[in-house]
Design a binder for this molecule. Structure first.
Ligand code: FEO
Ligand code: CA
Ligand code: CA
Ligand code: CA
Length: 661
C-alpha cells in the first residue's frame, strides 16, 4: 500500500524573503544541494577540480556560466523515455566565462596565450550530463554514463535549413557553406516534442574581431555587419584570434583579407546566431544549426501546444534593446508517432528545416499581427536599405528583414514559455534603459506593449532611466500555430514593492517584488510559471531570485494607456497578482543570476542553475578569499577551493511532494 500523497496546495510554501546573504535560500520544508559545478569532472578518470586557477581540460568537465537547461528522461534500462523520473539527462548551456577565476592570477592580456584560449573555448558550449536517483532519493551525476557529452565553441556543426550552402556561409573551413564550428554564448533553451535540445546562441557577435576592411566588403556586407554589431575596428570579447596562427584561433578574426570568402574568415560570423539542435541521447550525433529559425541573439524556444495534423510553432526572442519577437511555423504537420522517433535529428530535419519565419507587431488595442519574413512580403522584397537576394539572405539577416517588415521594437525579449493548458505564450521583456517617454526618436518611444519609461527627478534634474524593471507579456493565437493574428496583454510589471503606483503597476509586495525578469519556464507537472531574475536595479536590496506564479490567461491582465503616443498614464486594469498567485521561491548567492530551471516529469525534483556567483571579483582579489564577492558554493560545503563557481542545484521537498506546493 503506497503512502497517501501529501495534501497539496499550489504555491502553498512560505515565501522566501529578499536576501543579500551569500547563500542559496529555499522555503522551509525544501532541501537544496549542488550537483554539477563549473569544472566538475564529466567523465570517470578526469582529475578532481582543484578550483585554484590551474585546472585544464574543460572539454571533459562542466563548462562555466550554467544557463538554460532541459531534462530528458531515461528508463531504468537507459533508453530514451520522456516519463523517466528516476534517471535522466540534463542538457545545459554554458553561456560565457568568469574569466578571472579560470586562471591562477587572472587572464593574460593580448596576445592571449594559446593555453588560456583553449581553456576559455572549452568552457563554452553545452553539457549533457546524466543524473540518477540514488537510494537516498536524491540525484547525483553519473560520470560513467554513455550519454555524457560536451559541445564547445569549436565542435564541428552542420548548417541545416534554407541557408545551408549559401554564399553567406562560405568560409575557409567550409568552402561549400555547409558546416561551421562551435556554438557560443548559449542562453535560453527549448525542448522539442521529439526529445532533443534547442540551444539559443545569444551574444555571439562580440566574439569576433573585425579590422578595417570596408574596402574589401560590399555595401550589403557592411550594412549587415553594422546591424549585428560588428562595425569596423570592433575588438573581440576574449581576443582568441591573437592566440596563434592556427585557424582555430584565426577564425575569430573576420576581417576580410583574401580575394574571396573561401580564402578567409569574413563569413565566420554568419555561422553563429541560430537555434542549434542537439540530440542528448546520442553523444556521437551530429549537431545542427537550424537556419530556418533566423539569425539573431536567440534566447528561449517555446513550442506551441501539439495538435495532430497541425503545424508546430516556435516562439523566440531576440535579446537586445529594441529587438523583436519571432515565430517559426513548420511546413510539416504534427504526427504523434514523431514523439518517439527512431532518428531524432532526422525528425528535426522534418520540422525545423522547412517553414516560415514571422516577426511580431503589437497593436495598441491588444491585437497583434505576425509579419512574414520572406520575399512574399512586399516590404521585404522592396526594402531600399538592404536588397535581399533570397530566403537565405533573409534568414541570415533576419533583423534587417524584421526592420523592413515594420515589427514592434521591444524591451529586450528574453525567454519564452508556453502555458501547458491554455497554450498562451509568455515572454519576459527584461528591461530597456534606452526606452524613452518623449523625444524626437520615434523608434525609442514607449508604446502599448513597452509602456514604461521612468524619469528620475532629483534636485530639479530629470534623468531618463527607461524601463528599469522589465515586464512579462503574453499572447494568444487567433487560431492554430500558423495563425497570423493574436491577442496579447501585459501579465506582470517588475517593480520594487515600495515604488510609486505608476511604477508598481502590478501592486507587488514584499513577498513577490522583483526586477528584470529573464528566465521563464512553465512546469509541465504543476503548471507553475517559474520566473527568474537577472537584475542590476534591485540588487542593493536582494540578490537575484526565482518566483512561482499562477498567471491566469490572456485578457486577465493589465492594460496601460499611452497618451499621445508618448506619456504613460497610470491606468492599469485587470487582475493583479496576490500573495497566493505570485510568491518568491528562492534567492541565490551574491553576484549571481538565477537561470535555467528543469524538473523531473513527476514534478518532484527541480534543477536550477546559478550563473556567475561572485561576479565582480577582481584579479587583485584572487589572493584573498575574504575579498571574493561570493564564496558560493564552497561556503555551502561543495567542492575544493573558495573561488565562486556557476553550478546546478537540485531542489526536493522534504515530504516528497511536488516542487512549488
Ligand atoms: Fe543571456 Fe539575454 O540572457
Ligand atoms: Ca538570459
Ligand atoms: Ca539577461
Ligand atoms: Ca548573466
Amino acid at each position: 500500500q503506497a503512502a497517501a500523497a501529501p495534501a497539496e496546495t499550489l504555491l502553498g510554501f512560505k515565501p522566501v524573503a529578499k536576501s543579500l546573504a551569500d547563500a542559496f535560500i529555499v522555503p522551509e520544508g525544501y532541501t537544496a544541494s549542488v550537483i554539477y559545478a563549473k569544472g566538475d569532472p564529466l567523465f570517470a578518470g578526469v582529475a578532481a577540480f582543484k578550483n585554484d586557477g590551474t585546472d585544464t581540460g574543460y572539454d571533459q568537465r562542466a563548462g562555466d556560466h550554467h544557463d538554460g537547461m532541459q531534462y530528458f528522461g531515461l528508463s531504468a534500462a537507459g533508453q530514451a523515455d520522456q516519463a523517466g523520473a528516476s534517471r535522466g539527462l540534463l542538457a545545459m548551456n554554458h553561456e560565457y566565462i568568469e574569466q578571472v577565476t579560470l586562471f591562477a592570477a587572472g587572464p593574460t592580456a593580448l596576445p592571449r596565450p594559446a593555453a588560456e584560449a583553449d581553456i576559455e573555448i572549452a568552457c563554452h558550449g553545452v553539457s549533457v550530463v546524466e543524473v540518477a536517483k540514488g537510494s537516498n532519493g536524491r540525484f547525483a551525476t553519473v560520470q560513467t554514463s554513455p550519454f555524457n557529452r560536451r559541445v564547445t565553441a569549436e565542435t564541428t556543426i552542420e548548417l541545416a535549413g534554407p541557408a545551408r550552402g549559401s554564399s553567406l556561409l562560405v568560409t575557409r573551413f567550409s568552402t561549400d557553406g555547409t558546416r561551421t564550428r562551435g556554438t557560443v554564448n548559449n542562453c535560453g533553451t527549448g525542448k522539442t516534442p521529439w526529445g532533443t535540445l534547442l540551444t539559443g546562441e545569444e551574444n555571439w557577435s562580440g566574439y569576433f574581431k573585425r579590422g578595417s576592411d570596408a574596402a574589401a566588403r560590399s555595401a550589403k556586407e557592411i550594412a549587415a555587419l553594422t546591424r549585428y554589431g560588428r562595425g569596423v575596428n570592433a575588438s573581440s570579447r576574449y581576443g582568441w584570434e591573437t592566440a596563434g596562427t592556427d585557424d582555430r584561433y584565426a577564425r575569430w578574426d573576420i576581417t576580410a583579407t583574401g580575394a574571396s570568402a573561401a580564402a578567409d574568415y569574413r563569413n565566420e560570423v554568419n555561422g553563429q546566431g541560430y537555434m542549434t539542435e542537439i540530440n542528448p541521447y546520442d553523444r556521437n550525433s551530429v549537431v545542427k544549426k537550424r537556419t530556418a529559425t533566423g539569425r539573431f541573439a536567440h534566447e528561449g524556444a517555446a513550442f506551441s501546444l501539439l495538435k495532430t495534423g497541425k503545424p508546430l510553432a516556435i516562439y523566440m526572442g531576440d535579446d537586445s534593446q529594441f529587438e523583436y519577437i519571432y515565430k517559426y511555423v513548420s511546413d510539416a504537420v504534427w504526427d504523434p508517432a514523431d514523439a518517439k522517433p527512431a532518428d531524432p535529428m532526422a525528425t528535426g530535419d522534418k520540422y525545423l528545416d522547412k517553414g516560415k519565419l514571422y516577426v511580431a507587431k503589437f497593436n495598441a488595442d491588444g491585437t497583434g499581427t505576425w509579419l512574414e519574413l520572406s520575399m512574399a512580403n512586399p516590404l521585404i522584397a522592396g526594402y531600399s536599405t538592404y536588397a535581399f537576394a533570397d530566403q537565405a539572405d533573409i534568414l541570415v539577416n533576419a533583423r534587417l528583414a524584421a526592420d523592413a517588415a515594420g515589427a514592434t521594437k521591444m524591451d529586450r525579449p528574453e525567454w519564452s514559455s508556453t502555458h501547458p493548458t491554455t497554450g498562451d505564450i509568455y515572454f519576459t521583456l527584461t528591461n530597456n534603459s534606452s526606452r524613452v517617454a518623449s523625444g524626437s526618436d520615434a523608434s525609442k518611444l514607449v508604446d502599448a506593449a513597452n509602456p514604461r519609461s521612468y524619469t528620475d527627478v532629483k534636485n530639479g534634474t530629470s534623468t531618463q532611466k527607461g524601463n528599469v524593471n522589465g515586464h512579462i507579456l503574453r499572447l494568444a493565437e487567433q487560431g492554430d500555430a500558423n495563425a497570423t493574428t493574436f491577442t496579447w496583454d501585459v501579465y506582470l510589471f517588475g517593480s520594487e514593492a515600495g515604488a510609486i503606483a505608476s511604477i508598481n503597476l502590478s501592486g507587488l509586495t514584499d513577498v513577490n517584488d522583483f526586477s528584470s525578469p529573464d528566465g521563464l519556464q512553465f512546469a509541465q507537472s504543476t503548471g507553475i510559471c517559474w520566473i527568474q531574475t537577472d537584475d542590476g536595479a534591485y540588487n542593493d536590496m536582494t540578490n537575484d531570485q526565482m518566483l512561482a506564479a499562477l498567471p491566469g490567461r490572456v485578457g486577465d491582465g493589465g492594460k496601460v494607456s499611452v497618451a499621445n503616443g508618448s506619456v504613460l498614464v497610470d491606468t492599469y486594469v485587470g487582475k493583479k497578482p496576490t500573495s497566493d498567485t505570485l510568491k518568491r521561491f528562492l534567492v541565490g548567492p551574491k553576484g549571481c543570476e538565477v537561470t535555467g530551471v528543469a524538473e523531473t516529469p513527476d514534478g518532484k525534483v527541480m534543477f536550477v542553475n546559478i550563473q556567475h556567483p561572485g561576479e565582480g571579483t577582481a584579479v587583485g582579489d584572487l589572493g584573498d578569499p575574504g575579498k571574493y564577492v561570493s564564496q558560493w558554493p564552497s561556503n555551502s560545503g561543495y567542492g575544493a577551493g573558495k573561488r565562486p563557481r556557476s553550478a546546478t542545484v537540485m531542489i526536493t521537498k522534504n515530504d516528497g511532494g511536488r516542487i512549488g506546493t
